[in-house]
Design a protein around this ligand. Structure first.
Ligand code: GLP
Length: 245
């Protein structure tokens, strides 16, 4: 595992944006695996700035997102499709038909199969961007006694619902289920970049970086099995997690 400890979250986002842009410069038709949540927002803002400044083009890039809430359609402002459109896709030169966000509506079993097909068809993602939940979840693969390898429907834990409630009017409005790539769909990417910040992530990051154990109770630990995973954290989180270079 490559670990980068930066001075600040802002620097972490800069490093992540550079890695994404390097993947696109190396292959303008790269497939990118993308993530939602608060953490990637400054990364997406940098990609937008650089695209508007003519430093990078996403015209031929294809994207596939990790997950989506069940029951929300893409015009719902809390859906991950809406998030991606408004925080990235609408602001860069990407062809929207080359962007894919799982659907949490209709035939969910068919939607799950479609996600796994999208991950693998015409090559796996060059790079998968990840955030991490307070309990170590990646995508929406919750800490549990067992994890799934393929895309599936996940029952969200109270802790995840509580953490994500800040994006909703009221906690009861947070969907209780989500469609998410499984561990093997995520680990299929050629490279993985996980960005984390904030003391709430300290326990999860400690499990990820401070020992060689893999546990379903911290799904992020499965990244230890990937040959090219990079974790970017700021110095404050490194200290809180007890991580020493
Ligand atoms: C959600 C998303 C994850 C994300 C996590 C952390 O549960 N499904 O992909 O990593 O939240 O989000 P944040 O970056 O807002 O802390």
């Amino acid at each position: 595992m490559n670990v980068i400890v930066t001075k600040s979250y802002e620097d972490s986002c800069q490093r992540a944006a550079e890695l994404i842009e390097a993947a696109v410069l190396a292959n303008p038709q790269a497939k990118l695996g993308l993530a939602t949540g608060g953490t990637p927002l400054p990364i997406y803002r940098r990609l937008i700035e650089d695209c508007k400044a003519g430093k990078i083009s996403f015209a031929k890039v294809r994207t596939v997102n990790l997950d989506e809430y069940c029951g929300l359609n893409g015009s719902n402002t809390q859906s991950y499709r809406w998030f991606m459109d408004h925080n990235l896709f609408n602001e860069i030169d990407i062809d929207k038909t080359n962007t894919y966000v799982p659907s949490g509506l209709g035939d969910l079993a068919a939607n799950c199969r479609e996600v796994d097909k999208k991950v693998r068809e015409n090559g796996v993602p060059e790079l998968q961007l990840l955030g991490i939940g307070n309990n170590g979840h990646i995508g929406f693969n919750e800490a549990a006694d067992l994890l799934h390898t393929e895309t599936h429907i996940e029952q969200l834990t109270e802790s995840t619902i509580a953490a994500n409630a800040r994006f909703f009017d009221k906690p009861e409005a947070v969907p209780t289920q989500a469609i998410t790539m499984g561990l093997s769909s995520i680990l299929a990417a050629k490279s993985i970049v996980l960005v984390a910040t904030g003391a709430a992530k300290a326990a999860a990051i400690r499990g990820l970086l401070c020992n060689d154990e893999v546990t379903t109770q911290n799904p992020s630990t499965f990244l230890k099995l990937h040959p090219n995973a990079t974790v970017i954290i700021d110095a404050a989180l490194a200290t809180a997690a007890g991580y020493e270079n």
